[in-house]
Design a protein around this ligand. Structure first.
Ligand code: MEV
Length: 325
């Protein structure tokens, strides 16, 4: 059996704008997805027949990326992430599947995290009708704190570049990593609204809004500036400034019409106990994130307000093979 784990992600700054080449900052979170594969007499997933059309990400990795047509596989997925909730569960599934399959086929090879990030991005691009940044897959594959931008952001460590043909023309991104001070006395608390929201629909909604109201481009530019300021604050360990930047980013996302009443409700509930809070990921439901020195109190506030909390460090380890001990 081959097993691999890939973490989910939380975007601190820059979602949606990053699709258009503006910068985004994301961290890998403690929760994620574990995929196990073993050879079998027929193709199965979670104990039932594997229907490729119901699992486009996994099918893309098996067929298009690895060109696998060997012995049928039994695929088992254990997810600790809320799905369609902005935590990158589809990216984590792609990465864990890719890592498990690589280990199954070439057990002696070192895990190619950049290769994983690229294959996950191509799967996301298919699912999001050609409009997908590499943020989710790169953060899950590489781990830590990842910066994705049209141009390399000063002070970050370049890892790889990605390009994609989108409905608005070819886009390219520089993917880099940045170091967060180790002694940071803060956690992120994610709050799931309970409302799932497909990323592709939200991304398409923003594209339509920009077309019908070009003045919304100013929100994109503002998100870019906020992201740069938030990144500088994070690298310097200035938590108060990080929190202010997160809340400012949320106001601009609201203007892009990607928040929801449920997100606003949870964000208001954590206000007294956090340094800053915002929606995270595609929005329209899904999760909000708060930065705090008091994660238990924030988790309680989320629960009392009807949400589901998840506490994480900022920047967990990236995708990995789970070897037998
Ligand atoms: C989704 O987690 C993040 C978005 O910016 C889409 C993307 O980057 O592909 C909304």
């Amino acid at each position: 059996m081959a097993r691999a784990f890939a973490p989910g992600k939380c975007i601190l700054f820059g979602e949606h704008a990053v699709v258009y080449g503006y910068p985004a900052v994301a961290v890998a979170i403690d929760a994620g997805v574990e995929v196990s594969i073993s050879e079998s007499s027929e193709w199965t997933i979670e104990g039932t027949e594997f229907e490729p059309s119901r699992h486009p990400h996994i099918t893309h990795i098996i067929r298009d990326v690895f060109g696998y047509n060997g012995t049928p596989l039994d695929i088992d997925i254990k997810s600790g992430l809320f799905s369609a909730a902005g935590l990158g569960s589809s990216a984590a599934i792609s990465n864990a599947m890719g890592a498990a399959l690589q280990f199954h086929l070439k057990p002696d090879e070192v895990l190619d995290r950049i290769g994983l990030a690229r294959m996950g991005h191509s799967a996301e691009a298919i699912a999001q009708k050609g409009r997908a940044s590499p943020t989710d897959t790169a953060t899950s594959a590489l781990g830590g704190c990842v910066v994705v931008s049209g141009d390399l952001v000063d002070g970050t460590e370049h890892v790889f570049d990605a390009t994609l043909e989108t409905p608005e023309g070819e886009r390219s991104w520089s993917i880099s990593k940045t170091t967060i001070p180790e002694d940071l006395d803060a956690w992120i608390v994610l709050g799931f609204t309970g409302v799932g929201s497909p990323t592709g629909r939200m991304v398409a909604g923003v594209a339509n809004l920009l077309e019908s109201d070009p003045s919304k481009e100013s929100d994109m530019e503002a998100i870019g500036n906020i992201t740069n300021a938030g990144l500088a604050a994070l690298s310097a360990g200035n938590l108060e400034a990080v929190g202010i930047a997160m809340s400012a980013c949320h106001e601009r996302l609201k203007s892009l019409q990607v928040s929801s009443p449920e997100l606003e409700h949870l964000i208001a509930a954590v206000g007294p106990h956090s340094l800053g809070a915002k929606m995270t990921g595609a929005g329209g439901g899904g999760c909000m994130v708060a930065l705090t020195r008091d994660p238990r109190r924030v988790a309680e506030a989320i629960e009392i307000a009807g949400g589901k909390p998840l506490i994480s460090r900022l920047g967990a380890e990236g995708a990995r093979i789970i070897r037998k001990t």
